[in-house]
Write a protein that binds this ligand. Structure first.
Ligand code: COA
Length: 152
C-alpha cells in the first residue's frame, strides 16, 4: 500500500466499517509505524482489497482487512490472508492474532477456515455499539491448513 492508493483504500474502508480508519491512520501505518505493513490487492488495476498487520517479535497482529463490496466473495480476502500466513510459517513466526466483532459472521468464517480460534474477549472494545471484541488466534504452523481450494 502506498499513499497514492489511499483514495481508493478509504472508499473501501468507509464502505466496510462503522468506525473507519482515517487517512492519517493509514498514513501513519505506511510511513511511520516500524512494526506495521500494509498491502493492497488489485483487480484490473483498481484496489479491490487490503490487509494491514503489525509484526512484533515472532507474532503477527492483523489490524485491518477489507474487500470492496463489489469484489466480495471472490476469494480476495482468502488470498491475502493465505499469503500472510504462508510467509509467517516460512519465517517461523509463532502466532497470528486479531480482534473481530462477534456479529461479523463473514469475517469469523474466513478466519475459522484458516484455523483461527476464539481465545478471549475484550469487553466493550467497539465504542460505537459497546460490543465486545472476540480475540482470535492461530498458532503456527499447526493451526494453518494448506490453502483451501488449492491442489497439492
Ligand atoms: C470479511 C471480508 C474481508 C471477506 O472478504 P472476501 O474477499 O469477500 O472473502 P473471500 O471471498 O475470500 O471468502 C473467504 C471465506 O470467508 C467466508 N465468507 C466471506 N464472506 C462471507 C459471507 N458473506 N457469509 C459467510 N461467509 C463468508 C467464507 O468462509 C469464505 O469462503 P467460501 O467463499 O469458500 O465459503 C469482507 O466481507 C469485508 O471486507 N467485510 C467488511 C470488513 C470486515 O468486516 N473486515 C474484517 C474485520 S475483522
Amino acid at each position: 500500500m502506498r499513499v497514492e492508493d489511499l483514495d481508493e483504500v478509504l472508499e473501501i474502508e468507509r464502505a466496510s466499517f462503522s468506525m473507519p480508519w482515517s487517512r492519517g491512520a493509514f498514513t501513519y501505518e505506511i510511513e511511520r509505524n516500524r512494526v506495521a505493513r500494509c498491502w493492497v490487492m488489485r483487480e484490473e488495476s483498481r484496489v479491490a482489497g487490503y490487509l494491514c498487520l503489525w509484526e512484533v517479535a515472532d507474532e503477527l497482529h492483523i489490524t485491518n482487512v477489507a474487500v470492496h463490496p463489489a469484489y466480495r466473495r471472490r476469494g480476495i480476502a482468502r488470498e491475502m490472508l493465505a499469503a500472510v500466513l504462508e510467509d509467517a510459517v516460512r519465517r517461523s513466526l509463532s502466532v497470528v492474532g486479531l480482534e473481530v466483532r462477534p456479529t461479523n459472521e463473514e469475517a469469523r468464517a474466513l478466519y475459522e477456515s484458516f484455523g483461527f480460534r476464539v481465545v478471549g474477549r475484550r469487553r466493550g472494545y467497539y465504542y460505537d455499539t459497546g460490543e465486545d471484541a472476540l480475540i482470535m488466534e492461530a498458532r503456527l504452523p499447526a493451526a494453518v491448513p494448506a490453502r483451501p481450494g488449492r491442489e497439492h
